[in-house]
Write a protein that binds this ligand. Structure first.
Ligand code: ADP
Ligand code: MG
Length: 139
């Protein structure tokens, strides 16, 4: 059975560009319920851990630098088949390939500065959810 939660982050580019409200509106219009949300500024060590899976990729250091360049808005979202449904809503990693109507098509400015994160599996959604939110903050 598919899980019903995913983890997103509104990334520093989108927060800086004033798109936080527009992105939250798109998310709730698409039927996602916000279970947890905060405004936070990642340290280098936190961003490095969050993206540890990419540590061997050539863009890793730049990515960590970008993700610590300003505040972010992590959220736990709930909807049926949340992971896949949210990946469809945000569109392809590279906005040049993102479909019309997706969040990245609307707000991403490059493959790196692509406005939002979305978990890629139920397992990672759970890991990433606990990365940002303690069980006390969740309900
Ligand atoms: P996604 O966020 O769509 O799951 P990945 O997990 O492959 O994409 O990559 C994580 C993040 O790393 C991307 O969202 C983007 O910010 C950055 N990134 C991915 N590929 C590149 C690249 N070729 N150059 C620069 N940054 C990249
Ligand atoms: Mg990914």
């Amino acid at each position: 059975m598919k899980g019903n939660r995913t983890l997103t982050i509104i990334k520093p580019d989108a927060v800086q560009n004033g798109n936080t409200g527009n992105i939250i509106q798109k998310i709730t219009d698409a039927g996602f319920k916000i279970i947890a949300m905060k405004y936070s500024h990642l340290s280098t060590s936190q961003a490095g851990k969050f993206y540890a899976v990419h540590s061997e990729r050539p863009f890793y250091q730049e990515l960590v630098h970008f993700m610590t360049s300003g505040p972010v808005v992590p959220m736990i979202l709930e909807k049926e088949n949340a992971v896949e449904s949210f990946r469809n809503l945000i569109g392809a990693t590279n906005p040049a390939n993102a479909a019309e109507g997706t969040i990245r098509k609307a707000y991403a400015t490059s493959v790196e500065r692509n406005a939002v994160h979305g978990s890629d599996s139920d397992e990672n959604a759970a890991i990433e959810g606990s990365f940002f939110f303690s069980t006390l903050e969740q309900f």
